[in-house]
Design a protein around this ligand. Structure first.
Ligand code: XMP
Length: 222
């Protein structure tokens, strides 16, 4: 039985290492300080999807595949993700309501979760995801029954605005803290439920210490 995401620390590890040994070592080291492990193409292409089941014994796993296809293909992808032991999947919203609804329907059948990308965290992330597009995607995520959205820790003011769109019913996970320059405390204060942190944790000499540092930075705001 895979673990289910619940907020204790407010930190999600983005595990973009590419070999199994490092993935398992880092995950075990930081397990007490994080609430979930986010995996994506770098790790899954490097090790195979079976890594998800191994990690799911350590912490809930979020599959960041940014699923973006027609409904049938989306469903097939989501089924693989959930069969592999992941607790949640990240999908794109720009593909439209029918694609998103199919992902949410599949997640519900598995009693799992869907997060919808509302706006990306890198400098070019707001080029196409303009203010109004992001808000429209967030509103669609709410309507679809998704568990939450992804919003950029590099733009806390956008996190705040998107929180205004979705209200308190949906969760917000926010990448962009650390290596991309975002502040964990500012992001949580703006309305995120979790910050997602990758390189500044797994790339450090002491991942556990780094994860604890982020946890301590936000503990009074969660
Ligand atoms: P770093 O190393 O920058 O890692 O702390 C960030 C992680 O988050 C992913 N990422 C995103 N995922 N929407 C997403 O769904 C985004 O806007 C976004 N920005 C970054 C990135 O791939 C890495 O795993």
């Amino acid at each position: 039985m895979s673990k289910s995401l619940a907020r204790k620390n407010g930190v999600i590890l983005a595990l973009d290492v590419t070999d199994e040994k490092t993935a398992l070592t880092v995950s075990r080291e930081v397990a007490e300080a994080v609430d979930a492990i986010k995996i994506g193409y770098p790790l899954v292409l490097g090790t195979g999807l079976s890594i998800a089941e191994k990690l799911s014994r350590i912490a809930p796993v979020i599959a960041d595949f940014k699923v973006a296809d027609i409904p049938n293909t989306d469903r097939l992808i989501c089924e693989h993700v959930f069969d592999a032991g992941c607790d949640a999947v990240i999908v794109q919203g720009f593909t439209g309501p029918d694609s998103l609804t199919e992902c949410v329907k599949t997640a519900n059948e598995y009693q799992k979760k869907v997060f919808v990308v509302a706006e990306m965290s890198h400098p070019g992330g707001d080029h196409f995801f303009t203010d109004s597009v992001s808000k429209e995607i967030a509103a669609m995520a709410k309507k679809s029954g998704a568990f939450g959205i992804v919003a950029p820790a590099t733009r806390p003011e956008r996190v705040k605005e998107l929180r205004g769109v979705i209200g308190s019913g949906l969760k917000i996970i926010s990448p962009g803290v650390g290596a991309q320059g975002g502040s964990a405390a500012d992001t949580i204060k703006a309305g995120a439920d979790w910050v997602i942190v990758g390189r500044s944790i797994y790339g450090s000499k002491n991942p556990r210490e780094e994860a604890e540092k982020v946890k301590r930075e936000i503990e009074k705001y969660i």
